[in-house]
Design a protein around this ligand. Structure first.
Ligand code: SF4
Length: 299
């Protein structure tokens, strides 16, 4: 076959190129699959052009576990011949087939975060992130230290390894573009909890020493958080947006008696009028009103 990847169900445009001798040999293709003995053969899905002498007939596969797969039967016929032969049978994934993810070489399957307690993970052979300790690493402080202690470490981080790490840390959760950093009142390099790294990384990275923040993580110098050492609490207690209100205390205020108002002159009643009803005398008691206490001081 020309390829062994997924096949397409759209064959109608290509039908015109397939020689009629090959296009009409559906029965021969189905018989070849039946002879294979892999169970029932589904409906004929079409035929596609391979070249002047060959074409592929496709049938739906009805095998359990192969939803969306198709049987492909390659037929061939010599240019001047009226005899068709079967070249190849294959089971291939169709456009909607359920297929496994792309294969990964074993040494690429371990991802960051996979390492657990007791696991061993050796660096790759000729890992470009590492160079022998006696080779100048390009980091003056590392080179100086290696000289001081003689042989130094067997391997040290190469320039490429340091650039890789710096890029990851910059783009990660503790980099300057993270949501936390954007909302922070100030940056790590101005924070008392910031412990700068040694060597060439010092210019941009340090470790946070605040257990309430990014404790123990490498943070970018321009990262930051609300637990910055210069963070000041708003003055006063409670929410700075509202005054405190004590609803458990009331103040009793005695209002002054209302002043007496002069009596209105009473007009003479007409002779025929009914005597007016006499209103009972009303005594005005001093009114007692409960009003809330004044707002407590928030200082
Ligand atoms: S407390 Fe916040 S601002 Fe200070 S070093 Fe840690 S992460 Fe940076």
């Amino acid at each position: 076959m020309r390829q062994n990847e997924g096949v397409s169900a759209q064959s109608a445009p290509e039908l015109a190129h397939v020689r009629p001798l090959l296009a009409d040999a559906v029965g021969l293709a189905r018989q070849a699959l039946t002879d294979l003995g892999e169970g029932e053969v589904g409906t004929h899905l079409g035929v596609t052009y391979e070249d002047e002498c060959s074409a592929t007939h496709r049938f739906a596969a009805t095998l359990p576990g192969y939803r969306g797969w198709q049987w492909a039967v390659v037929l061939a016929a010599a240019p001047d011949s009226d005899r068709v032969t079967v070249s190849e049978l294959a089971l291939l994934p169709g456009p909607d087939a359920l297929i496994a993810p792309d294969w990964l070489p074993w040494d690429e399957r371990v991802r960051a975060g996979d390492l657990g307690p007791g696991d061993l993970l050796a660096p790759r052979a000729a890992d470009p992130r590492l160079v022998p300790g006696y080779v100048a690493s390009g980091d003056p402080e590392v080179d100086e230290l290696a000289r001081e202690v003689g042989l130094g470490r067997k391997q040290v981080l190469s320039l490429e390894g340091r650039l890789d790490a710096a890029e990851r840390w910059h783009d990660g959760d503790y980099g300057p573009d993270s949501e936390m950093a954007k909302a922070a009142p100030s940056i790590c390099s101005l924070c008392g909890f910031y412990l700068p790294l040694a060597g060439s990384m010092r210019a941009a990275f340090g470790v946070c020493g605040n257990e309430m923040a990014a404790d123990g993580h490498v943070v970018h110098a321009e990262y930051g958080c609300g637990a910055h050492s210069d963070t000041e609490l708003p003055t006063g207690a409670g929410s700075p947006q509202f005054d405190a209100y004590d609803d458990g205390a009331v103040e009793v205020v005695v209002l002054p008696e209302p002043e007496a108002t002069p009596a209105e002159p009473i007009s003479e009643p007409e002779a025929t009028a009914e005597p007016a009803a006499v209103e009972p005398e009303v005594t005005v008691e001093p009114e007692v009103t409960e009003i809330p206490a004044a707002p407590a001081s928030t200082d």
